[in-house]
Design a protein around this ligand. Sequence first.
Ligand code: GLA
Length: 386
Amino acid sequence: MNTDNLKEQFHRIYGSDKVEPDVFFAPGRVNLIGEHTDYNGGYVFPCALSFGTYLIIRHNDDSVFRFATSNFPYTAEVVLNGMPEKHGNEWVNYPLGVIAQFMQRGITMKGFDMLFSGNIPNGAGLSSSASIEMVTAVALDELLKTGINRIELIKIGRAAENEFVGMNCGIMDQFAIGMGMANAGLALNCRTLEFQRVPLHLGEYAIVIANTNKRRELAGSKYNERVQECASALEILRKVKPMVDLSAMSMDEFDQHSSLIEDETIRKRAHHVISENNRVLLAVDALINNDLVTFGKLMNQSHLSLKDDYEVTGFELDTIVQEAWKIEGVVGSRMTGAGFGGCSVSIVRHDKIDDFISTVGANYSRISGLTAEFYVASIGDGAGKL
Ligand code: GLA
């Protein structure tokens, strides 16, 4: 991305007569395995992508936040006067939520002129929203010299989403974006926030993301419904084991006590979470031992669990993943992110990537009537100043 063009655009919108603006970047993320475990204190294994959100930003003396984006015409001006209020369903809620979090922590706020520019497909499950939150958090931290540490900035990003936007997400996305490193996955324990950067030595294989172009309706309640179902399972299972979250229960313990959960749906949700945690641990071990075949099988099992137990895949994601499984040179494929549409992630041998894209693309279009888009992922660094 040529940020000179963005700076020129910034000057056209906000004037070029003052000091030069600063440029920050936060990536999107793709999760390799460990889905819907983060808000259950479980394990995840995401990585940061090389595409993301740029923020061109400059302090103003007007005590006003001005928001613009190069992606579409919407702009907003918010006077710095008490806590900011929510703007319908607009994207400015992501930076505004972060601003509110800084203010709640007693940081003295200033006015800023901001131009955002993103190249993550929106609503595809690659965390465009967490990317906007984290680029804002990192920029405000630096420009206001708050001294807030990176983990706290990540918590600020999540809290903005939970408290301002109203989506009860876990910490995975903001963590991957805040802590990612080029060519490494982040094996993260979402309860303790202990993590390990695991090099992605994929050899003759690559990570290929396929966007179903079936838009997700995230805040559209289904995600929060799953969070609630897990809370119900936890409440019941606590009768036999006092624990802070579902991930504190082993698969053996769950097999022993699962009949306590009378509602089959709730039981299946818990089964997914507990079995998915095991898969993440096994997958990370497999990767460390250069065993991509096992890693891929665990990805496939993860998809089936998300389909049958967690019921977040849907026709389009199931179709694109099932078509991927048929291609020679694919070691694993699964949905990634929250589900309900969005993207799949596959591990594909380099010499089969063209075949993968053309065959899966054609079959997916024929079956679903939608056109998929494919990206060979390059794994980049976390958020920072450019
Ligand atoms: C979304 C949320 C994350 C996580 C995933 C599912 O991306 O923002 O916190 O729960 O869904 O794994």
